[in-house]
Design a protein around this ligand. Structure first.
Ligand SMILES: CC(C)(COP(=O)(O)OP(=O)(O)OC[C@H]1O[C@@H](n2cnc3c(N)ncnc32)[C@H](O)[C@@H]1OP(=O)(O)O)[C@@H](O)C(=O)NCCC(=O)NCCS
Length: 186
């Protein structure tokens, strides 16, 4: 059965939750946490979309998403951040599909892109299996500390183009209508 998700705009009153999710030790190795003021800016600034991900029968908060470049003149929209507290239940895949639909259908993106740390095998596998193409690697561009040892990790840049998305939809690779956003309800 497909998991159902809902995206709703993040409110300033959600930012304690957002920051706690970012700082969770299960997520911290894979992201660079923001200051509260950066989140506040992303909530307010129209080039960003900041969403709370809700799921389950009671629409509990299970994570958050940030898109950047929503007003980019080149139609290049970035999946800036995706963090889910409930892992390994297919919610990440459902969320990525919903975000692709939002990027290409609603925001009319030409290119939907992201970067992901090379050590983040789960996210890499998810994005590759959802049709994102590796564009290249930014070698040793982020500092990492694992088990007390400091070093660098590389960022893998991945993207999907609008024609690639349309081909996936035509081939029914984008699945059912999995989820809803507040925009769908209006
Ligand atoms: C990355 C993340 C969004 C994925 O969401 P999720 O709900 O855990 O992922 P799903 O259950 O939908 O799994 C999707 C795919 O990821 C891969 N995957 C899942 N768990 C994995 C694991 N432990 N190791 C390697 N690959 C894994 C599988 O390919 C899986 O597909 P499959 O179950 O059909 O084989 C989520 O785990 C998360 O928030 N992680 C911490 C923050 C983060 O890394 N964000 C992304 C930064 S770019």
């Amino acid at each position: 059965m497909n998991p159902r998700l809902r995206l709703r705009p993040t409110m300033l009153s959600d930012l304690d939750f957002v920051i706690s999710v970012e700082l969770d030790s299960h997520n911290l190795p894979f992201i660079t946490p923001w200051e509260r003021t950066q989140h506040e800016g992303a909530v307010r600034f129209p080039d960003f979309r900041h969403f709370i991900v809700e799921g389950g029968d009671e629409d509990a908060r299970i994570g958050f998403v940030i898109l950047q470049g929503c007003r980019n003149p080149h139609g290049s929209v970035e999946l800036k951040r995706l963090v889910l507290q409930t892992k390994g239940q297919g919610l990440g895949r459902a969320c990525v599909r919903l975000l692709k639909r939002m990027a290409f259908r609603d925001l009319k993106a030409h290119r939907f892109w992201l970067d992901v740390k090379l050590l983040n095998t789960r996210a890499l596998a998810l994005y590759a299996s959802e049709g994102f193409v590796e564009e290249g690697r930014l070698r040793e561009s982020v500092r990492v500390s694992i088990d007390g040892a400091d070093g660098y990790d590389s960022l893998v840049v991945m993207s999907m183009l609008d024609r690639e998305y349309r081909a996936r939809v035509a081939l029914e690779q984008e699945g059912d209508d999995l989820a809803a956003t507040d925009g769908d309800r209006q």
